[in-house]
Design a binder for this molecule. Sequence first.
Ligand code: APR
Length: 247
Amino acid sequence: MGLEEARRRLREAKRVAVLTGAGISKPSGIPTFRDAEGLWKAFNPLDYATPEAYARDPKKVWAWYAWRIAKVREAEPNPAHYALARLEADLLARGGDFLLVTQNVDGLHARAGSKRLVELHGNILRARCEACGRRFPLPEAFPIPPSCPACGARARPDVVWFGELLPEGAWEKALRAFSEADLALVVGTSAEVEPAASLGRIAYTAGAYLVEVNPEPTPLTPLAHLSLRLGAVEGLEALYPLSSAPG
Ligand code: APR
């Protein structure tokens, strides 16, 4: 049940579901949350990533997001993002099915070419009007807080804060993909935040071959048929090398 088996299964799979977390974007220079140097080591999520924090001090929350947005704008997708976009294209080309569910809000999967993509926690480069609900991309420079281009009301970051619901339909799409997958791949997540953390277990319970890529063990590790103790770039290169012939 080693790497060779996982590679073969990835080449032969018909339905693949992938879950990514902050670890896949770390090589792109975007901080994780719970690592030694993660954001939640320096900032208290209760002060920045809850509706209550935003209601208390919207300018403070927006200033923190503007700081994160600047890092995201400087970042480039890395080979791990591109490997997943290639895997999607190869699977679709052979009549298979693929869904990439990300917890990340940095937009790097889309920039790497992923199309079958669900951004479970929203996107930090978009804002959402607090009055009319309109979503809009944030310009390079924007006032803090930004105003809705349609109705002028204040807009908030278009991300999911702790205690909030996931975007309409996102969870249902993710749940279906992981319930029906014959191979589930979980990359770069501590598997601690629900409901995303359950997707790997749901796939495993439904009979999927479960592969994890993470330099550290996680609660998912004991379930995985293969858990590569590697970074996303090295792990995806090992699982789905550039030379991987589709089909
Ligand atoms: N490649 C792959 N994984 C890595 C790498 C790397 N180069 N470096 C670190 N990791 C792993 C860490 O071992 C850790 O398990 O990435 C994981 C990052 O975990 P978190 O920081 O908890 O990030 P994530 O799992 O995405 O958090 C989930 O929590 O705060 C909320 O909404 C936020 O989407 C986020 C959610």
